[in-house]
Ligand binder design. Structure first.
Ligand code: AMP
Ligand code: MG
Length: 410
């Protein structure tokens, strides 16, 4: 049996970024992965401008100003934001200026209006600025022409879209989103809208996995429920493998008489690279690689195992496939556990619960109350962290520091 980190490393070796790019509008680019580094074609700010409402001056004129000995300057013009300055500023002069307005030539410093007193066409400067250039946003201070504005391989979100807009990039090159086929296997499964009878249960994994895939920025393609019938299972698997970049099927990967996935993967020509992982929940994870590049995840059917497997292994795979820059591993943080945590010590154990920021600013972990059975999907609701107990650790005392996996990242 592979360790969790060995399994993750194997998965990342199998997966290669889909480097096909497509062009989308800026509005469509939210949450997409940037496919091409954007080089700045201009300086930011474009020109020196004022960070305050006040007066643009020459530093040397006002360097000694105090409330008792203010400097008196002659006002040359008023420069609102959006208006080109009309005059070069000379010694002994000040220009009335507003936040974001372009600095007139000759000015190097801005005095905020609270430190001034206007007297007709003159202004008294009541205090010296701390340094030359005070309250001026100088040209190229944020980024200079020719520098990289945004690197390929980053996820575009609100701040990055603002950067692209300011650089007038209205069409964005992004990587194609991975297509992820999802289906559930099991004779016991019915769809959510069907009537529950006899020994049936509702296929909840389909919804969990589709939402998970969507949250990773990939496209879920639902293939529904497939019964534990080798022929039907094989044909759905074959269809998924030829049409998707990644396949996630749940169920049928244990050692039961009706668990056909591994055998069928081999029959379909898959190279099986993982058969099980020393992990709880999630031990029967099966991973295979196909000649067309498709990577198949046979995920255990228990609802908690299914999501924990996705968070621990599928998330890095989708991240790499999507063209995101490394690291692809999940996000880990340290926190203090509020209760004792236990495991049998045999496998790397993941316990679900909530991480919170305490009033002192420390992260604390509260395990979800109730059963930590891999079938108990009820107390998985509202979990935002998985506490990890390494192999060999049977107990972690309350108040000890633990490692948490954050499924939603930071
Ligand atoms: P399996 O991995 O097929 O042995 O299934 C393990 C357990 O998970 C069984 O109790 C199944 O009934 C349950 N299970 C399997 N697939 C699903 C699903 N799609 N939704 C909810 N529970 C499932
Ligand atoms: Mg089953």
């Amino acid at each position: 049996m592979l360790s969790v980190s060995q399994a993750e490393a194997r998965i990342l070796e199998l997966v290669h970024p889909l480097k096909t790019v497509e062009t989308v509008t800026l509005r469509e680019a939210n949450r997409r992965v940037l496919g091409q580094t954007v080089v700045s074609v201009q300086d930011f700010p474009y020109w020196p401008n004022s960070a305050m409402d006040g007066y643009a001056v020459q530093w040397e004129d006002v360097a000694q100003a105090t409330p008792h000995q203010p400097d008196r300057l002659t006002i040359t013009e008023e420069i609102p934001a959006g208006q080109e300055p009309q005059r070069v500023l000379l010694k002994g002069q000040a220009a009335r200026i507003f936040t974001g307005a372009k600095l007139p030539q000759g000015a190097d410093t801005v005095i905020m209006q609270e430190q001034t007193q206007c007297q007709g066409d003159q202004v008294l400067i009541l205090s010296a600025p701390s340094q030359k250039g005070h309250f001026v946003r100088s040209q190229g201070e944020y980024c200079q022409k020719g520098e990289n504005l945004l690197e390929a391989g980053i996820r575009l979100q609100a701040p990055e879209l603002a950067v692209l807009a300011t650089a007038q990039v209205s069409q964005v090159s992004v990587y194609r989103r991975p297509q992820v086929a999802i289906f559930s296997t099991g004779d016991e499964l019915i769809a959510v809208e069907q009537t529950l009878t006899g020994a049936k249960i509702v296929d909840s994994n389909q919804y969990a996995l589709a939402a998970f895939v969507e949250n990773q920025g990939a496209i879920p393609v639902s293939l529904g429920i497939v019964p534990d019938d080798p022929d039907r299972l094989k044909s759905t698997m074959a269809q998924a493998i030829v049409s998707a970049d990644l396949v996630l099927s749940t169920g049928g990967v244990s050692v039961g008489d009706y668990d056909y996935v591994e055998k069928l993967l081999a029959e379909l020509g898959g190279e099986i690279v993982i058969r099980s992982v020393a992990m709880k929940p999630g031990k029967p994870l099966t991973v295979a690689k196909f000649a067309n590049g498709c990577v198949y995840f046979g995920i255990p059917g228990n609802p908690v195992s299914a999501l924990v497997s996705c968070w621990r292994f599928v998330q890095p795979a989708i991240a790499k496939l999507s063209g995101l820059s490394a690291p692809w591993s999940p996000v880990w943080v340290k926190a203090q556990t509020q209760t004792r945590l236990t495991s049998d010590g045999q496998r790397e154990t993941y316990l679900w619960g909530r991480v919170q920021c305490s009033s002192t600013g420390d992260l604390t972990f509260a395990i979800a109350p109730g059963s930590h059975s891999s079938g108990n999907l009820i107390n998985l609701a509202q979990a935002n962290a998985l506490a990890v107990l390494p192999i060999g650790t049977k107990e972690i005392a309350s108040q000890e520091t633990i490692t948490l996996l954050l499924p939603q990242g930071l």
